[in-house]
Design a protein. Structure first.
Length: 335
């Protein structure tokens, strides 16, 4: 096993300098630090994680709130979590999935304290909002993905302008009867997407077509299918459909196909997320791309910046832009 004594000898510095260089102490010059790290890497030195955590008073562990029952219903969350995992592990950190068990009295914060985690990413918390609020009120660095309300320390896509771009794209293809498959009315993101649709339709003096009384909580295939059914039964066949998720768009497309209509010949459909399914479908689906790689890297860099004191513990929401990926599910309407 390689020791810091061997690294010190080859680096021509003291063992204390090696220790400080490997543990990121500021008083070591960048030139010395890089020389020590180069020697350590060449020798295949593996630091003792327990010893490092004692020296730095850190566990090098980031907690993640990811309630699987809710998270797996949104494949975008899974993509962001994988991106976050890759980025955080490259920085020498481990991930701990946090538990919330009211029967045992273990909540997210207690789990964090028991494992001495350094920071927390909230990906999907399900119905445990009270426990999540307790976590946010603690001294830990916490970042939330797709928050239920517009709040500091959160990351989300520019939902409002994304839906407006989707509607504008459909409108410029000649579609006027544009239906909308909405998301949840109980969270900020869902309401922003609905507001964007209603504002666009009002500006163009078009009648909104959506199921006003129904909130879709899971953004699922089933909800998309049922929404399309209700829209068709109440309003007739639309010229185009703007959906707030790819899975709901797939549900809408299958309802239309099952009832003898073709996409995009009879109805244009645009989704939201850019999941892999968009490339597999026939026709391949036009959609709004949320960049989950950027989400994961931004969450990683922000949390590590908070841990190191380079980023304030309270920051404004971080809004990630999107883009429309044009494929085959939308078509110019014949006049």
């Amino acid at each position: 096993m390689v020791t810091i004594d061997e690294i010190a000898k080859l680096s021509k510095v003291s063992t204390s300098t090696v220790s400080k260089a490997l543990n990121g102490y500021a008083e070591i010059s960048e030139k010395t630090r890089l020389r020590v790290i180069e020697v350590a890497d060449r020798l295949g030195y593996m630091p003792n994680a327990t010893a490092q955590s004692l020296v730095r008073k850190r566990s090098n562990t980031v907690g993640v709130v990811y309630e699987v029952e809710y998270g797996l219903k949104n494949l975008f969350f899974s993509g962001v979590l994988e991106s976050f995992r890759k980025n955080i592990e490259c920085k020498g950190y481990d991930i701990l999935l946090l538990s919330h068990n009211t029967d045992s009295g273990l909540d997210y914060l207690k789990h964090c304290n028991s494992k001495n985690v350094d920071a927390v990413l909230v990906v999907s918390g399900g119905d445990n909002q009270e426990a999540i609020n307790k976590l946010k009120s603690s001294s830990l660095a916490v970042i939330t993905l797709d928050p239920t309300v517009n709040e500091p320390n959160s990351i989300y896509s520019d939902s409002y302008n994304s839906i407006r771009r989707s509607c504008k794209y459909l409108y410029e293809l000649g579609h006027k009867k544009i239906a909308f498959i909405n998301g949840s009315y109980s969270n900020f993101i869902g309401n922003e997407r609905l507001r964007a649709y209603l504002d666009f339709m009002k500006e163009k003096s078009l009648d909104p077509i959506y199921i006003k009384e129904h909130s879709n909580e899971s953004y699922s295939y089933e909800e998309g299918y049922q929404n399309m059914k209700k829209i068709f039964e109440r309003f007739g066949l639309p010229e185009a459909v703007c959906s707030v998720s790819d899975l709901m768009a797939v549900g809408a497309i299958n309802y239309l196909h099952n009832h003898g209509f073709q996409v995009p010949e009879d109805v244009s459909v645009i989704g939201f997320d850019d999941l892999q399914v968009c490339e597999i479908l026939t026709p391949k689906m036009t959609t709004v791309r949320q960049d989950y790689e950027s989400f994961g890297k931004l969450a990683c860099d922000t949390l590590l910046g908070m841990i190191d004191g380079k980023v304030p513990r309270v920051i404004d929401p971080m809004i990630v832009d999107t883009e429309i990926i044009v494929r085959d599910s939308c078509k110019k309407r014949k006049s």
